[in-house]
Design a protein around this ligand. Structure first.
Ligand code: SF4
Length: 476
């Protein structure tokens, strides 16, 4: 154990990691909307995943009960998170592992860098991990002279393309196979110049490139999908087998895990291992589920470090409405059904967490002022709520966060004036008479005057009814 400042509800620090974009959502979204290739790639990919997922969910007669169980387990976990984390720590230490508490991205990057340096290694292989992307671990390692190699195929495409991930599950969803071929030809060492864009050929090229890494790298860094408090067992689910290689071949394994990923018991895991693959990849069961508990002599990594990451999570936990965002199991189902995500793509959200879950998680991790446009990146259609395997009520959290976003002075003044008017019957009646006059303006097609003209620039000004309720009431 190193230090224990975790639990103080501070937001994620600025200047490190990838939770904040360079520009607000509407500006970044405009670029995505203007890119027809991106929209074609996204439309094709999300439609395919949606159909696969719907088909396998239909096979489960108690899907709604499973969702309710997932939700209940997560709510219970959040209610006693400190106690469960301490239980997890004790179990991991008992099994021969070491636990480190990282209050934020800076601390986590420092802990991981120091651990790798202590092994003498200059290269690490990585299992796909949202937590390490969140804290900008690759940049921190490169800055310390350590080469991180992504081993998940889509992450490798993103890394070789010097690109940013745009989807939780399929980070290179914005790329088609012709673009991937170009990236491989440009950046993959020793690639066959006659490479075609056939998926099997591209996968074989990546496999050849990665095999050498798996067999020659002594340290691996992973994330974790779940950690069982009662046994100290960590779990990673994946589809390609690269995770299994990274978790079993190296001498040292370092796992960086958000503190919300803990589940109380082994039995609880059963619920999530049914929910996750069907909701995310549309599979009955994910091809690889790797679980490990501490260190086993003569089998697998002989040194295991677990880094428990806060980075704003305690601040999210402190909000009784917003904390539900911590229930997320990163399946990405909400992205695949979101009409906004499908049109703008993931880069528009600025953060490593795109789509509906990103719109509620990122502003809470950073503080709403730093991601103030994200709670508005939604039509509030509710498709994300329906799709979420753990029933996170994303639309309600979006509305909750919108109320916390600092509003422009003109808007705040307008709302205060409206509230005052509604509170005073005589003023309210006068306002209604004035609204009637505005019908004439509407008829002449003028819309509202500035600063409200932006509202009527793309909308019809609703016509007030010929008679107000008060007039109707008085006439009776
Ligand atoms: S919010 Fe729900 S649907 Fe979206 S990624 Fe998280 S668990 Fe999946």
């Amino acid at each position: 154990m190193t230090e224990t400042f975790l639990g103080m509800p501070a937001t994620a620090p600025r200047g490190v990691g990838h939770l904040r974009g360079d520009e607000p959502f509407p500006a970044a979204a405009r670029r995505g909307l203007a890119d027809p290739q991106l929209r074609r790639n996204l439309g094709h990919a999300t439609t395919t995943i949606r159909a696969k997922s719907a088909a396998v969910i239909d096979e489960v007669p108690d899907w709604q009960q499973l969702r309710a169980a997932g939700r209940a387990i997560k709510a219970d976990t959040m209610a006693r998170l400190p106690e469960l984390l301490e239980q997890l720590e004790a179990a991991v230490v008992r099994a021969g592992g070491t636990v480190h508490w990282a209050v934020d991205a800076v601390a986590a990057n420092r802990i991981v860098t120091d651990l790798i340096r202590a092994t003498g290694a200059h290269r690490v292989m990585k299992v796909k991990s949202m937590a390490t992307q969140e804290i900008g671990l690759n940049e921190a390692l490169s800055g310390a002279g350590i080469e991180p190699v992504e081993t998940d195929l889509a992450e490798l495409i993103v890394q070789l393309g010097d690109d940013r991930p745009s989807h939780i599950l399929v980070p290179a969803i914005h790329r088609n196979r012709a673009e991937i071929r170009e990236i491989f030809l440009r950046a993959m060492p020793g690639v066959d110049p006659a490479l075609t864009d056939e998926p099997a050929v591209l996968a074989a090229a990546a496999r050849r490139h990665l095999r050498e890494t798996f067999l020659s790298t002594r340290v691996a860094v992973s994330g974790a999908n779940f950690a069982v408090a009662e046994t100290g067992t960590l779990a990673v689910v994946e589809s390609e087998g690269n995770g299994r290689m990274c978790l079993t071949l190296p001498e040292t394994l370092i796992t960086v895990m958000g503190i919300e990923k803990v589940v109380p018991t082994w039995r609880d895991l059963e619920v999530f291992l049914q929910l996750l693959p069907r909701a995310s990849t549309g599979e009955r069961m994910n091809p690889y589920t790797s679980m490990w508990t501490g260190v086993t002599p003569g089998d697998g990594p002989q040194a295991f470090h677990l880094v428990l990451l806060d980075n704003g999570r305690s601040a999210v936990l402190a909000d009784p409405v917003g904390r539900e965002a911590l229930h997320c199991i990163r399946c990405s189902a909400c992205l695949n059904v979101c009409p906004v995500y499908e049109r703008t793509g993931g880069h528009a959200y600025g953060s490593v967490y795109p789509g509906p879950i990103g719109a509620v998680l990122s502003p809470q991790l950073t503080g709403v002022a730093d991601n103030g446009s994200l709670p508005y990146a939604s039509s509030l259609c509710g498709a994300c709520f329906d799709a979420c395997p753990v029933m996170i009520d994303i639309p309600s959290i979006l509305v909750h966060l919108r109320a916390k976003v600092p509003h422009p002075r003109a808007e705040a003044a307008t709302m205060a004036a409206a509230a005052y008017t509604m509170d005073h019957p005589a003023l309210y009646a006068a306002a209604q008479r004035a609204a009637k006059l505005s019908r004439l303006a509407g008829r002449r097609g003028r819309g509202l005057p500035p600063p409200l003209s932006g509202w009527t620039a793309s909308r019809d000004l609703p016509e007030p009814p010929p008679e107000t309720f008060r007039q109707w009431w008085a006439s009776r």
